[in-house]
Structure formats: structure tokens, C-alpha cells
Ligand binder design. Structure first.
Ligand code: GLY
Length: 364
């Protein structure tokens, strides 16, 4: 069991990483809430919901609200439905919302927790790798608008995050790989040892070995905790966590949030960013090859089929668009920089490196 802290003064909280936390969740609740509403991904609920409810019932009256497992569930209407359900249940401010699932559950459940009666206590229990290393940490909540992903949302910190690595075994392999893209992001931007573990522990990672996964999740969650502690509201250092995301979010939007999983899209996004950096003289060929090998090693795409105009059009609405497009790039591995001087020629130079001209999507 590892415990990491997000340091935010009176709103500081722990991220607990370990095995079988679903069964002991009640041990990690501060105080005794009256009602507990679990906002659960319906697939995860089918697998582990009964175990979680058994545990939480030791300390409160538990209700479940199920949400579909797809990104399209992060909609305004779904948020409204959940808020209506909370009102029917007469949830009060001193009660508790627990999210249980991947990024959809934590983004959507976190959003409703932040606005229902101006804020209800919140605990995240992320069950995907992506949720455990990224989405559930740092208080970002969101729903998607037709114009783009996460365009409506709040910053609202949970009071605890429980990362149970034993549930990762039941993740569909495509979802697991998608989470590995965020793990590799931490390796490329912050910590070489993460890249080394991804390289040397391939079999253990593929079989979701709890010890290796607990180590990887704790390393990544620890980096995110430090970054969020220093820049909660995304004004400076936190933007680095969006390495590969300008392109990645645009690719997801251009595919209607159905063609690409987030991790697949940001893998291509990081490959694109690496090629941009090479075009600007910031990265050499070897560093681009480190990117390619890391993604390829875990079965993530390094090239894909997409409509360049649709992708370039979609990134103009990206949240990092201030006076001009800001790009997170690497000036050498583990040395992230933010640049606003990426020119059209650099983009033209980098696009062919990640674009397949054949009609097959997502082939490496
Ligand atoms: N996923 C990026 C962040 O939380 O800032």
C-alpha cells in the first residue's frame, strides 16, 4: 500500500494505491456520511459494484446511479439526469458522492458533485489505468460539448482517491493500452525510470502484475500530485501534463469521440509533438525513436489514418489557445517546454510522419 499527497492546504488529500481497496473502501472515508451515492460506470458496477456497496454500507446508506461506459455519456443531459436523481434521493451537502469507473465516471461524477448544492464531498475510485494515473487526480471535472471535449467543467478536488490496481486485470486490453499512453507520457516528460520499466517489464505489465502496476501507478500518480500541488488551476506547470493532447483532443473530436480512445489519440499526439520538435531542432532522431519504441512496445498506434484538415481545424478551439497556439514540446527527453512559435511549415513537416494514407485506421 502506498499513499501520496496532493498538497493544497486545507483541501489536501491522499491518493492511496494498493490491491483490493474495493473491499476496504469504507476504511478510507473520513467521518461517517449519512447517504453515499455511487456514480458508477455500468460495466464496472456489474463486475465490482456489489463488493463496493458491501464495504460502503458499513458506514452509510448507499445508492447507486449508473452511467454508460462511453465518452458520449459525458453530456449535459446525462449530468442533468444525475443531478435530478441526487435531488430525488434528497442528498445533502454533508453526504458523499463516490465515483466508480474510468475518466467518464470521475469527470461526470466530479462535475455533478461540484455543482449539486454548490458542492458535495467527493471520493474517486478510478478503475481504469487512465483514471488511476491521470483523470481522477487533480480535480478537473468536465462534460463534452458538440464543439469540443471537456469544454464545460470545474476544478473540484476530491477528498481522497483510491487506486485499486487489482481491478486493472479485468480491463479490456484496448482500454489498458490506452492508459499506458498516459504512463509513457510521464516517462517522456518527467521520469526515465518509467520508460525503463515499460521496456523491461513488458510481460508483467501485459498480465497486469499487481506489484509492477502498483509501482507504475504510484510513480505516475506521485508526479501528477506534485504538479497539481504546484499549479492547481492550470496556469503554468500543469499544462505539461497535456503533452500530445492538442493533437490528441483534436483527433478525438474529428472522430466524433468514437473512433479513437483517448490514449490512442494522445499516442499519435505525442508522436506528432516529437516530430514537430524535431522539425524545430529541439529533438534529435534518437529521441523521436524513443517515443516510437515506447508506444509500439505496448501496442499503441504511432501512425493513423485521419483527415488533416479536420484535425487542424479542431485544435483551434483547444483550451491552450490563448493569444496563439501553445504547444507542449520536449527540448530533449524529460525536458518539457511550452512554445508558441510553431509555424505552418513545422506542422506540414510533422503531419506526414504520423499520417497513414491507406484507409486502415490505427494501424502501426
Ligand atoms: N489531464 C491533465 C490535467 O489534469 O491537468
Amino acid at each position: 500500500m502506498k499513499s501520496l499527497k496532493v498538497e493544497l492546504g486545507s483541501r489536501s488529500y491522499d491518493i492511496v494505491v494498493g490491491s483490493d481497496l474495493v473491499d476496504s473502501a469504507s476504511d478510507y472515508l473520513a467521518g461517517t456520511p449519512g447517504k453515499i451515492v455511487v456514480v458508477a460506470d455500468e460495466t464496472v458496477d456489474g463486475l465490482y459494484g456489489a463488493r463496493l456497496v458491501k464495504s460502503l454500507s458499513r458506514v452509510g446508506e448507499v445508492h447507486r446511479v449508473l452511467v454508460p461506459s462511453t465518452e458520449t455519456a459525458k453530456s449535459w443531459s446525462q449530468a442533468g439526469e444525475i443531478l435530478g436523481r441526487l435531488a430525488e434521493l434528497k442528498l445533502r451537502r454533508n453526504d458523499l458522492i463516490v465515483t466508480f469507473g474510468g475518466g467518464v465516471a470521475s469527470d461526470l461524477g466530479g462535475f455533478v458533485a461540484s455543482v449539486y448544492q454548490r458542492g458535495v464531498a467527493l471520493i474517486h475510485i478510478p478503475t481504469t489505468l487512465l483514471g488511476q494515473v491521470d483523470a481522477a487526480i487533480g480535480g478537473k471535472t468536465g462534460v463534452n460539448l458538440p464543439a469540443g471535449k471537456n469544454l464545460a467543467g470545474t476544478f473540484y478536488q476530491p477528498s481522497r482517491v483510491l487506486c485499486d490496481v487489482s481491478v486493472l486485470r479485468s480491463l479490456p486490453s484496448r482500454q489498458f493500452r490506452s492508459g499506458m499512453a498516459e504512463v509513457i507520457k510521464y516517462g517522456l516528460c518527467y521520469e526515465q525510470q518509467i520508460l525503463d520499466t515499460v521496456q523491461t517489464q513488458k510481460a508483467a505489465i501485459q498480465s497486469s502484475d499487481p506489484e509492477v502496476m502498483a509501482d507504475l501507478v504510484a510513480r505516475c500518480a506521485g508526479i501528477k500530485a506534485r504538479v497539481v500541488s504546484a499549479d492547481e488551476n492550470d496556469n503554468s506547470g500543469r499544462i505539461i501534463l497535456n503533452y500530445g493532447h492538442t493533437f490528441g483532443h483534436a483527433l478525438e473530436a474529428a472522430g466524433g469521440y468514437e473512433l479513437w480512445l483517448h490514449g490512442e489519440a494522445i499516442s499519435l499526439g505525442m508522436m506528432f509533438a516529437a516530430n514537430l520538435a524535431r522539425s524545430m531542432g529541439l529533438l534529435d532522431d534518437d529521441a523521436v525513436e524513443v517515443h516510437r519504441r515506447a508506444f509500439d512496445n505496448v501496442g499503441l498506434p504511432v501512425k493513423g489514418q485521419f483527415d488533416s484538415n479536420a484535425v487542424v481545424g479542431a485544435w483551434s478551439i483547444d483550451k491552450k489557445f490563448l493569444d496563439g497556439q501553445r504547444w507542449v514540446l520536449l527540448e530533449g527527453l524529460q525536458n518539457p517546454v511550452v512554445r508558441s512559435d510553431v509555424g505552418p511549415l513545422n506542422i506540414e513537416d510533422a503531419l506526414p510522419a504520423v499520417r497513414l494514407s491507406s484507409p486502415t485506421r490505427g494501424v502501426r
